[in-house]
Design a protein around this ligand. Sequence first.
Ligand code: F6P
Length: 319
Amino acid sequence: MKKIAVLTSGGDAPGMNTAIRAVVRRGIHKGLDVFGVVNGYKGLIEGDFTPMSLGSVGDIIHRGGTILKTSRCEEFKDTIVQQQAIQILRENEIEGLIVIGGDGSFRGARKLTELGFPTVGIPGSIDNDIAGTDYSIGFDTAVNTAVQAIDKIRDTAFSHERTYVIEVMGRGAGDIALWAGVCGGAESIIIPEADYDLEDVIDRIKQGHQRGKRHSIIVVAEGVGKGLQMGKEIQEKTGFETKVTILGHIQRGGSPSAYDRMMSSQMGALAVDLLMEGKKGVMVGVKSGQLTFTTFVEVEKGRHTIDLSIYELARSLSI
Ligand code: F6P
């Protein structure tokens, strides 16, 4: 193998740049030519390649977003488009592709491998919702961003004696809500993986009030939604002023945490090594603290699970 390419796809995540850097530098270290694909699968079908050098990934280790840009590309679900992409890769003498993204991005990568083109995936999603790995790049930074926001909201919640419903990202997974809720000392955490009863949330606020607590923080995952509605209902049923804050895309940006940089560096280098060893159709990951890899087929069949013992912990600590 002499030439490989790397792309980022789907929602960006802090640490993607660190992973690009690791892929480029490990590849060059091993004697490969490395190309970047601009704008994810969209750039792939347009043949938008850029040669990467040691210097091209200098000064990006600390930058959020992705220097290669990213897209969500509906067109790439079409087999004919996938075949065209392979043709373009071959015309450019590229022999392997590393895809940094989430499960949607890996479906595209699996198809490329099935059609005869070697691909390896690196999990990048702030939601941490990818099966086959305990960790996805960007999650730690996103949680830290959410916790910092909760801390700030807590200051004003205290001053004004208000209840706050804070909605955090996580389309189908409650990991950000769970971690941010525990680390931000939320009274209640509402996630898609656990049944919730708004009456219970309201009772907990009232109980806190009875023992002198004058402000409360409720963290709700985007996947549960209804943050605005919940805020309204809580205010009506408690009589306490309640505000709703939706943190939104600030969770997707920012300088990656040290943990995200470490994971991105390790996973990026492993992805190159696997591709060079002839592995294909696999995603690198980490399980029980060990770097590992899983086939895209298993990733697709699997289901990300949340650690519900943390949820129970939160309930016992926020009495
Ligand atoms: O997958 C990461 C994520 O940030 C989700 O939490 C969120 O629902 C989604 O992406 C938002 O996507 P977009 O930026 O395309 O609106």
